[in-house]
Design a binder for this molecule. Sequence first.
Ligand code: NAI
Ligand code: MG
Length: 354
Amino acid sequence: MHTIALMPGDGIGPEITAAAVRVIEATGVDIRWIELEGGEGARRRLGTPLPDETLEAFIQCGVGIKGPFAVEMEHAVVSPGWRRGTSGGRPPKSYNSATNALRREAGGFAAVRVARNFPGVPAPIQGIDIVIIREINEDLYVASEYTVGDDMAVALKIITRKASEAVARFAFEYAKSHGRRKVTAVHKANVLRQTDGLFLKAAREIAGEYPQIEFEERFIDAACALIVARPSLFDVAVMPNQYGDIFSDLCSSAAGSLGLGAGATYGTEASLFEPVHGTAPDIAGKGIANPVSEILSGVLMLRHLKENRAADAVQRAVEAALLDPNNHTPDLGGKSTTQSLTQAIIERVPQFMS
Ligand code: NAI
Ligand code: MG
């Protein structure tokens, strides 16, 4: 039996996590779900968007699945206290969101975002099948900013060899274990010679350890253009934090909808599975959110748990359900609901389990 931390979160989170739980349970995999509070709803009820109990239980489980957490800018900083005094003198840290606190306290170092077309689903671009691997602790998103007087602001971009090597190695291992043929390092080292230059150098060195996997380098701006012009050039793409943030939304939307984008953050202590998008406040509570992003995040989780038969069955059930436009939610141009798309997927799971 697996024990999984389940954090429904805010907005459409409770609707789509409930859908993912139902689909995963339809595979028969034995899971005990530990439901935990987190996000803006938790802050309103409990005074913090990340209760210590949630972080502690997540790390104890080693695996968690979450819905999106809303972030209110003025309440964004949380300082998890559960390790105070037990971390060899490490001071408690502050984070700019509860989601980042979860990822980083669990030793998260690589985020995976899957973007691909589905047969039968209309999309601005066809031919996308890309796994984006994003460094998640460094780059401009250390958010080390300051102002100089009223008219100037500065942000630091931090890149280390250690984090760059770790994420590059993760990308090659991912490619190797998932039957992927190529890793592309995405950067802007022609301008940012020191920071992106170091990232690229680390990626090149790691590439040398994997001669069986093709290695390519592309500038981030050119990579964006190629997603429109020749998306099949990409297979696995590894990049620094900010480029990965932007590139993964671009790729998910180009492939049809943010509501199809699955994601995960792999950490040394625990791994977290969650969609690429946010709480979708414009459609929350209406029963029309696309649950596929959360369900496919569940597929990544099943693979992480080595439940490959169940993972394959859910993946194929999603593909089969999406073939029928009657199952498309409004983000895909259809009239279906979260419930009926979920039901269509559940009905198809058994045929792919045998
Ligand atoms: P968003 O991703 O929530 O919404 C962008 C657009 O995509 C909206 O039109 C929304 O309806 C649509 N959309 C997203 N997911 C969908 C789905 N599953 N089905 C159908 N349509 C979908 O981005 P936004 O509005 O910028 O952020 C809303 C909140 O979410 C903010 O508080 C933000 O901080 C938070 N957020 C949380 C994340 C997390 O917990 N990992 C990630 C990104 C944003
Ligand atoms: Mg983002």
